[in-house]
Design a protein around this ligand. Structure first.
Ligand SMILES: [Zn+2]
Length: 138
């Protein structure tokens, strides 16, 4: 589910939107060892040290599998209301990343569940769109 909005993306260097509307994760791939790194950077491959033209930008579908999660009840920031759920997600490309889930509670979540990216307005309402992940079909 993508909220149709003219709101800008909160972190346009980290994620974007495919022409069809699906969220994408922007990462970097090393042509020497094929490692995918996130966030993308130009300092060099974290695995083999290759740099320069060996690192290429890739846009990965924001779909994958729930690896682990934790429901957060105390948070000192003001950018998100508690409770919320932090998760490790293994994207279908193999990239493991941490992100926030769209559901605010962990009730019913299962390790291994299919997740898909969704863009939701941050706080306050109407703020820039943030990439979150939600169980498929929800
Ligand atoms: Zn490498």
């Amino acid at each position: 589910m993508i909220e149709r909005s003219e709101a800008p993306l909160a972190h346009p260097t980290l994620y974007g939107v495919a022409p069809g509307g699906a969220p994408l994760v922007f990462a970097g791939r090393c042509s020497q060892c094929n490692r995918i790194g996130f966030p993308r950077q130009t300092y060099g491959c974290e695995a083999c040290g290759a740099h320069g033209e060996a690192l290429t930008d890739v846009a990965l579908p924001a779909t994958g599998e729930l690896i682990s999660f934790a429901e957060v009840h105390r948070h000192h920031g003001t950018d998100i209301d508690t409770p919320f759920v932090m998760a490790e997600i293994r994207l279908d490309s193999g990239l493991l990343l941490r992100g926030t889930l769209a559901p605010q509670r962990a009730d019913g979540l299962q390790i291994g569940a299919r997740l898909c990216g969704t863009l939701v307005a941050g706080k306050p309402p109407g703020a820039a769109l943030e990439l979150r992940f939600a169980p498929e079909g929800v």
